[in-house]
Design a protein around this ligand. Structure first.
Ligand code: ADE
Ligand code: ZN
Length: 324
């Protein structure tokens, strides 16, 4: 089974590029940019990655991102992730980035987007990995801040396929971003949002009804609303589920309690993703292995995760057919 998982072709649809910052690269960039870290060693960083909930993770995630200053830093970060993709047989990836985490520190928007996309172009040429980029708004910041970020992105519109919504779900419901998502849609961006990770199933309904999202990021709390599960199944609305993340952030106590295989068996379009692999203990293969060992899906079911992810991707029909 492990050998099957390793070589199974995979498509990743839920990956925060800032969450792929490994402690080793964090130290390298801190040194290069003259930034003091509150850690002495890689082991100390890893020891700090013991989270109670989403917010306790986000605090360290935003702190770690402070070592990213120049275009080359974003290139190096993205390139390191793509090499992990290659090792894990990831053939296509759609990555999130959080521009506000960087522009709020004075990092120019173009340093972020140009560094990331230059690495993605090299990934296509040198590693044969195709990709898209999705810009996330931080939901703990204001609607005005998100609108300003959307404006900053316009010159780079050809490099960004969609917009998303991440950060603290509790207290920041989809409704807060209704208008900026409307604007983004009018401008031709696709939309996705984190919903039903820590927040209630009603956030998933609101993401669909108010933000017109094409995919739900996480969405595992849909299980609390039977009519929502039915709707997600009938409409085949994809869920980008992140198993290791959900256990690390205590959405589920143990992997054996995770509902990903249950949702798959109910006929939902669920996919496996790594979210913030440097913080949660693994990339795509690690997530598949953790699911397989705890929940005993068949090989056919594991392959279905990839088939679902191809279908749920923002590739064109022609590109999807070429991957199948
Ligand atoms: N930002 C990075 N990872 C996230 C997650 N799992 N949920 C919300 N915001 C995030
Ligand atoms: Zn996420």
């Amino acid at each position: 089974m492990d050998g099957f998982i390793k070589t199974l072709p995979k498509v990743e649809l839920h990956l925060h590029i800032e969450g792929s910052l490994e402690p080793e690269l964090m130290f390298t960039l801190a040194k290069r940019n003259g930034i003091d870290l509150p850690y002495e060693s890689v082991a100390q960083v890893q020891a700090a990655y013991d989270f109670d909930d989403l917010q306790s993770f986000l605090d360290l995630y935003y702190q770690g991102a402070q070592v990213l200053l120049n275009e080359q830093d974003f290139y190096d970060l993205t390139w390191a992730y793509l090499k992990r993709c290659k090792a894990d047989h990831v053939i296509h990836t759609e990555i999130f980035f959080d521009p506000q985490t960087h522009t709020a520190r004075g990092v120019p928007f173009d340093a972020v987007i140009n560094g990331i996309t230059r690495a993605l172009e090299d990934g296509q040429e040198q590693l044969n990995i195709s990709s898209h980029t999705i810009m996330c708004f931080l939901r703990h910041l204001s609607e005005e801040d998100a609108i300003e970020t959307l404006q900053q992105a316009l010159p780079y519109k050809d490099k960004i396929i969609g917009v998303g919504l991440d950060s603290s779900e509790q207290g920041h419901p989809p409704e807060k971003f209704k208008r900026v998502f409307e604007q983004a849609k009018e401008l031709g961006f696709l939309t996705v949002a984190h919903a039903g990770e820590e927040g209630p199933a009603s956030n998933i309904w609101d993401g669909l009804d108010m933000l017109h999202i094409s995919r739900v990021d996480h969405g595992v709390r849909c299980i609390e609303d039977e009519s929502l599960v039915q709707h997600l199944m009938e409409k085949q609305i994809p869920l980008t589920v992140c198993p290791l993340s959900n256990v690390k952030l205590k959405v589920f106590d143990h992997m054996r309690d995770h509902n990903i295989v249950e949702l798959l068996r109910k006929g939902l379009c669920v996919t496996v993703n790594s979210d913030d692999p440097a913080y949660f203990g693994g990339y795509m293969v690690d997530n598949f292995l953790a699911v397989a060992h705890a929940l005993n899906p068949s090989k056919r079911e594991l392959a279905k995760f990839t088939e679902n992810a191809i279908e749920a991707s923002f590739l064109t029909l022609e590109e999807k057919t070429a991957l199948k």
